[in-house]
Design a protein around this ligand. Structure first.
Ligand code: HXC
Length: 259
């Protein structure tokens, strides 16, 4: 499919790579870009061959936020009536395969929120994260005030949301927002290696693992632990579990068939 504001490709026939592609606007997330991102995510999720998805930008920007030019003239009536942000932005939450954000440069406002909607973030050493909406007279609108405190705790989330300051990759890693920081020129190698590794595992175990970790952020600990246990039990009904354990016992590599 031909896109205007993103590009897509596959890596090793197993990983779907989506590159945000409005470089002149620092990948500002216009409504049209978000429609395309949703379409590409759904297409990779539906593609049997794909086991993991990577979203990335360019060296200067993952995404510098929602498109301020597009938003500037919106009225309350526009955004409330059309429920601005939810529909296309929520697509990512329904994707069942893991989605990795490979972030270099700015990840600000909606860009930081998009990265946080991914399952984990690998950052280049030049990455900068922030929720600068306060400077525009608004607040984060795509989950930033909720996901940031869950990732980094209240103190740092309040600091970032109230001051609008940026946090560099080192601070983001120490705070728990990103899973790894790598040199800029190694970012895609690292993200693709992780995605290929995940794609090589049994698909059902991968999806169950993602669902279970996400449960940790909803409901009670007891409910989450029970949800995990039941999916853990269910995986014993799969051929992949037999294959994975037989391979270990017989000291050979596992060949998962997603069955
Ligand atoms: C539209 C943007 C943009 C954005 C940058 N640009 N960010 N356009 N929306 N969010 C454009 C600039 O207007 C400029 O266009 C070009 O990209 C390059 O940007 P510069 O400012 O010249 O680059 P630089 O001096 O390097 O500064 C980089 C920057 C700055 C610090 C990232 O651009 C910046 O502060 N951007 C805004 C960041 C922000 O406030 N994000 C939150 C948006 S609100 P021209 O045509 O002049 O070359 C938001 C709400 C989310 O995200 C709500 C739910 C989704």
């Amino acid at each position: 499919m031909a896109y205007e504001f993103i590009t897509t490709r596959t890596e090793g026939e197993k990983v779907g790579v989506i590159t945000l592609n409005r470089p002149k606007q620092l990948n500002a997330l216009s409504p049209a870009l978000m429609v395309e991102l949703g379409q590409a995510l759904k297409a990779f999720d539906a593609d049997e061959a794909i086991g993991c998805i990577v979203i990335t930008g360019n060296e200067k920007a993952f995404a510098a936020g929602a498109d301020i030019g597009a938003m500037a003239t919106y009225t309350f009536a526009d955004v409330y009536r059309d429920d601005y942000i939810t529909r296309d932005w929520e697509t990512i939450g329904g994707i069942r395969k893991p989605v990795i954000a490979a972030v270099s440069g700015f990840a600000l406002g909606g860009g930081c929120e998009l990265a946080m909607m991914c399952d984990f973030i690998i950052a280049a050493d030049n990455a900068k994260f922030g929720q600068p909406e306060i400077k525009l007279g608004i607040i984060p609108g795509a989950g930033g005030t909720q996901r940031l405190p869950r990732a980094v705790g209240k103190a740092k989330a309040m600091d970032l949301v109230l001051t609008g300051r940026m946090m560099d990759a080192k601070e983001a890693e120490a705070a728990g927002l990103v899973s790894r920081v790598v040199p800029l020129d190694k970012l895609m190698d690292e993200a693709l290696a992780a995605a290929l590794m995940i794609s090589g595992y049994g698909r059902m175990a991968v999806m169950a693992a993602k669902e279970c970790v996400n449960k940790a952020f909803e409901g009670t600990l007891a409910d989450g632990v029970m949800f995990e246990r039941r999916l853990f039990h269910a995986l014993f009904a799969t051929a992949d579990q037999k294959e994975g354990m037989d391979a270990f016992v017989n000291k050979r590599p596992a060949a998962f068939k997603n069955q």
